[in-house]
Ligand binder design. Structure first.
Ligand code: TXA
Ligand code: MG
Length: 316
């Protein structure tokens, strides 16, 4: 695939999905909406296609990718599922939970997908367009968020075009992502422990309801095992100040609840709405004339924990 012209913009319909399938089958890159954020998809069984993802994002090659599958059966062809993994998939798939599991020796995955780890990160997405694409393609799709490495994640086709432009062959425009924040990454250990490597829409409480609390391992600072959890992720390219009750001179304030701001994550103080608007607000902050960004305090409960995780990284 050549990547010297603007990406093809595809409609989220049968013909758009057929064209996307054709590009992916030939080893190209297609940005696809999911319920969390837009993903930069390539066939997960091709070394060349997976290498193109790392190149397009400028992503360090020690940072493995999430593999997207249409269903549990496709997932079980790639990783070893124990009883816990099956119960979690039953409870939360399709949806915003990524499971880190032991990779099967015979898994049809390019080596670079897992960056040399003995595990693989698997997710069965709920978005209609991504589901249709996985069904039409017949191969698993590696898909990190469709942004330049370290930059703010995309929740619209326009965000993808602005960040990756001609580095991607096509973009399926499926409108805005409703959940708006990346999937929860959960590692299930062979010793029976589990650990959240990245907080997300499926919260610790949701997971405890399925797995109980006794085997929860305490995450070592920043979850080093998921190398993508680098401190500088999600940065709008300007200094970010958190827990701001009001704007200081020269600051673009992102509000929440009674802190109004130039834009608000949610005037009603609704955390789900705040998650869905987080990256759009950070994109607006990046484009604003102000040289600094401030963000109102966000309660650390439910999906608020994931919002604060991303904000701390944006501010680092
Ligand atoms: O919601 C999402 O998860 C989105 C959409 C597109 O599905 N994808 C996404 O991918 O956020 P990405 O590449 O931006 O984040 C993948 C994360 C990284 O932090 C990476 O280090 C971690 O997953 N990861 C991948 N494979 C892993 C593994 N085997 N063990 C531990 N962490 C892994
Ligand atoms: Mg990302």
């Amino acid at each position: 695939m050549t990547r010297n012209s603007l990406p093809e913009m595809l409609a989220p319909d049968t013909s758009g999905i057929a064209r996307a399938t054709e590009i992916l089958a030939a080893g190209g890159l297609v940005a696809v909406p999911t319920e969390t954020v837009y993903g930069l998809a390539a066939r997960a069984d091709s070394d060349a296609a997976v290498a193109a993802i790392y190149r397009a994002k400028g992503r360090p090659d020690f940072n493995p990718l999430i593999v997207h599958v249409p269903d549990l059966a496709a997932a079980e062809a790639l990783a070893h599922f124990d009883d816990r993994a099956r119960r979690l998939a039953g409870a939360f798939w399709p949806g915003a939970l990524t499971l880190v599991l032991p990779r099967r020796a015979d898994a049809r995955l390019a080596a670079a997908v897992t960056a040399g780890l003995p595990t693989v990160a698997l997710r069965c997405p709920a978005h209609r367009v991504m589901k249709d694409l996985l069904g039409a393609a017949g191969f698993a799709l590696a898909a990190p968020s469709a942004n330049q490495s370290g930059a703010v994640s995309p929740t619209s086709a326009a965000h993808v075009a602005a960040s990756l432009g001609a580095r991607v062959d096509a973009i399926i425009d499926g409108g805005e992502c409703l959940t708006g924040i990346e999937s929860t990454i959960l590692a299930l250990r062979a010793d029976g422990n589990w650990e959240i490597l990245r907080p997300g829409p499926i919260t610790k409480d949701h997971i405890s309801e399925v797995l109980g609390t006794e085997n929860e391992a305490v995450t070592s600072a920043g979850g080093v095992e998921a190398p993508g959890q680098l401190a500088s992720h999600y940065a709008p390219g300007k200094p970010v100040r958190l827990d701001a009750k009001e704007a200081r001179p020269g600051e673009f304030l992102i509000g929440f609840d009674e802190v109004a701001g130039q834009v608000s994550l949610s005037l009603a103080g609704d955390l789900a709405e705040a998650a869905s608007r987080l990256y759009a607000c950070l994109h607006l902050a990046a484009q604003a004339s102000e040289q600094r960004v401030a963000v109102a305090p966000i309660p650390d409960e439910g999906i608020g924990a994931a919002i604060n995780d991303r904000l701390r990284r944006a501010a680092a």
